[in-house]
Design a protein around this ligand. Structure first.
Ligand SMILES: C[N+](C)(C)CCCC(=O)O
Ligand SMILES: O=C(O)CCC(=O)C(=O)O
Ligand SMILES: [Fe+2]
Ligand SMILES: [Zn+2]
Length: 440
């Protein structure tokens, strides 16, 4: 949609660092030719902002050639800086931006990183930037405010985008539950499911039909499942000639699934179709919480587990034949030193260990300290899944295990499992939030 700027809205004109406040009634734009033909594209404004963003009112704008920045002064007394190059890069006009795809058309080759500004015109709800080649970019005030480069805004925005705030827990946790049916049928419940999965790391879905095909439905709810060499869904049973220790009746010590992949699955879904009569209890622990305990109690062990790369291996035949090799630090940190991923399955840790020999013993000692902390009663939850339970959890954070069970001919324990990815789950979460609440 094209429209010209209503004159009554033009309250400021800026010429190269000079702000000119126009007296009421005066509507002289400094380039008269431009004035008549000043057709400005109204940038695509996501519905989200239309619905619930408070209106950000612009008081005035200033352009600083030296810093190559435009400063927007808001009516609440705050101000925000926007670099020229960023503004040019994010021009929302149809030449520069494909609004149907919400994607940039402007190639980086065409971006002049040293671009200057000829003038800036502001109304209370938008700014228009005229570039030296007479190209005009218009930016909505709410759009600009959301994209503020201020540190606090950036932090809040990243937290909202990626839901990085986690809630630590120990054995006191009442595992959050929801109805399996409702997750499938009710958007609000589905939204709560994914939010809980992110914040707490685990949710138990109750009363699913005790037959195969249920984890596939959860996959559809998200979008799609993650295919691995064990198949799109897989059957956890006591199998003859098992190609994985999970497919026996033995105890599984606390582990994350599939560190043999360099990108282990973010989310695991485990549906109990038939519990064992005796044994087979599930154990779960908050791996982030325990890693942070280790950081405090045993900084040396923490340093070893966050720095040494451990080899993992997995080979065999299932979906097709496979021969995986990977390397992981047991505890992954982000650039701020925050724990963001645990990678550990003792079953698939390779006997090949690519470290200097003097690091071998310290590594095992550190690993043992971490595991001992996990098994402490205040950290570990043990419970038995019932038929129809679907345990869903963050496989980058939660370590899980099971007690051994007695395998009985004909009526044996049976779980069906599947993996999903965090990108897709977060995408579903954002879409649900948008549909339900218009993205506050
Ligand atoms: C359950 N299963 C066989 C699909 C994967 C087990 C996890 C692993 O080997 O790391
Ligand atoms: O059998 C269980 O309870 C858990 C199995 C497991 O850890 C897995 O399949 O990855
Ligand atoms: Fe597992
Ligand atoms: Zn443009």
């Amino acid at each position: 949609m094209w429209r010209s700027i209503p004159k009554c809205l033009i309250n400021n004109i800026i010429f190269r660092n000079r702000v000119q406040r126009l007296p009421a009634g005066q509507n002289s734009l400094c380039r008269p030719k431009q004035e008549v033909s000043l057709q400005i594209y109204r940038p695509h404004t996501p519905t989200a902002f239309k619905i619930s963003m408070p209106i950000s009112v612009i008081e005035k704008v200033e352009a600083f050639d030296k810093q190559r920045c435009i400063t927007v002064h808001w009516d609440d007394g705050n101000h925000s800086q926007y670099p020229y190059v960023w503004l040019r890069d994010n021009c929302q006009c149809p030449q520069c931006f494909l609004s149907s795809a919400k994607a940039r058309k402007l190639p980086i080759e065409d971006l002049d990183v040293n671009i200057s500004v000829e003038k800036v015109i502001s109304t209370d709800s938008k700014i228009s930037v005229v570039w030296p080649d007479q190209h005009i970019s218009e930016f909505d005030s709410n759009w600009l405010k959301t994209r503020s480069f201020a540190q606090t805004t950036r932090k809040e925005r990243q937290q909202k985008l990626f839901l990085t705030d986690r809630q630590n827990w120990g054995s006191e946790l009442q595992i959050p539950t929801a109805s399996f049916e409702e997750v499938l049928d009710n958007d609000e419940v589905a939204y709560q499911w994914l939010k809980t999965l992110r914040r707490i790391g685990v949710m138990l879905l109750k009363n699913a039909p005790a037959e195969k095909g249920q984890v596939a439905k959860l996959g559809e709810r998200i979008g799609y499942l993650r295919l691995t060499f064990y198949g799109l869904t897989w059957q956890v049973e006591d199998k003859a000639g098992a190609n994985n220790v999970a497919y026996t009746s033995g105890k599984l010590s606390l582990h994350t699934d599939y560190p043999a992949l360099h990108r282990p699955p973010g989310i695991q879904l485990l549906h109990c179709i038939k519990p064992a009569e005796i044994g087979g209890e599930t154990q779960i622990v908050d791996g982030f919480h325990v890693a942070n305990q280790l950081r405090q109690l045993n900084p040396d062990a923490f340093r070893i587990l966050t720095s040494i790369f451990v080899d993992f291996t997995d080979s065999g035949v299932d979906y097709c034949d496979f021969s995986l090799q990977s390397k992981h630090r047991i505890i992954d940190l982000d650039h701020n030193g925050k724990v963001v991923q645990i990678n550990f399955n003792n079953a698939t840790r390779d006997s090949i260990f690519d470290v200097p020999v003097e690091l071998v013993h310290p590594f095992f000692s550190a690993l043992k300290d971490y595991m001992n902390l996990m098994y402490k009663p205040e950290n570990l939850i043990t419970f038995k899944m019932e038929a129809g339970d679907v345990l869903t959890f963050d496989n980058w954070r939660i370590l899980h295990g099971r007690q051994n069970y007695i395998s009985t001919v004909g009526s044996s324990r049976h779980l069906e499992g599947a993996y999903a990815s965090w990108d897709e789950a977060m995408s579903r979460l954002r879409c649900l939030e948008q549909a339900l609440y218009g993205n506050k």
